[in-house]
Ligand binder design. Sequence first.
Ligand code: ATP
Ligand code: PRP
Ligand code: MG
Length: 223
Amino acid sequence: MSTFSNPANSLILALSKGRIFDDTMPLLAAAGITVTENPETSRKLILATNDPHVRVIIVRASDVPTYVQYGAADFGVAGKDVLLEHGGEGLYQPIDLNIAKCRMSVAVNAGFDYDKAVRQGARLRVATKFVQTAREHFAAKGVHVDLIKLYGSMELAPLVGLSDAIVDVVSTGSTLRANNLVEVEEIMDISSRLVVNQAALKLKRARLQPILEAFERASKLNN
Ligand code: ATP
Ligand code: PRP
Ligand code: MG
């Protein structure tokens, strides 16, 4: 089935709508590729480009690694946060594209003494979409946590008493400020990576290689 929808002589790129799509367009342009439809106005999920051999599929940000892992897409762009949760199985990750830059942090209600709670060995309730990353972070610190899995709007959880803390991505900090939360720990810097299906890398190298090289060159400009 996948050979029909993803033929051997063409390439499928998986992107999510919004910042990753927008920030990938200049990289594609560096490879001479222009997407001819706008995902914000079109309901189509398979978008044509000016190159008849290249199509873009629009998927949820956290689904990009899955489409690429199974070869339904040959390559894709995903945040390090998403890749850590996925595990990276079946994916080759050759390039840090230096786009969608942010950091993964721990945040709490402004009045909550996080350091004291940690010092006293309190068991913390932590709400997050990033359970693997959060589990590893607190395990490495020796802090006992009950993780509560959420799918978005993490900043709400401490406000309504669902959790003591959240683990979420932070960029300008304005979402935290707007909700009277403070960042108490930075876990890691995040940016988006190019991911390539391992079989496609071998079987479609001739078509992929020039695009990977153009992405590599253009992404250096984002530094
Ligand atoms: P969905 O809404 O479908 O659950 P999402 O919120 O993860 O997905 P985006 O907001 O487009 O989708 O985020 C895509 C990637 O961009 C994230 O995986 C992360 O690496 C990065 N990112 C998220 N928020 C920011 C931000 N405020 N500034 C910069 N980069 C960000
Ligand atoms: C992301 C993230 C934070 C916010 C951080 O949300 O989930 O809420 O950005 O950015 P800031 O520090 O600049 O405020 P996003 O804009 O992706 O909205 P979403 O809830 O639709 O994911
Ligand atoms: Mg988001």
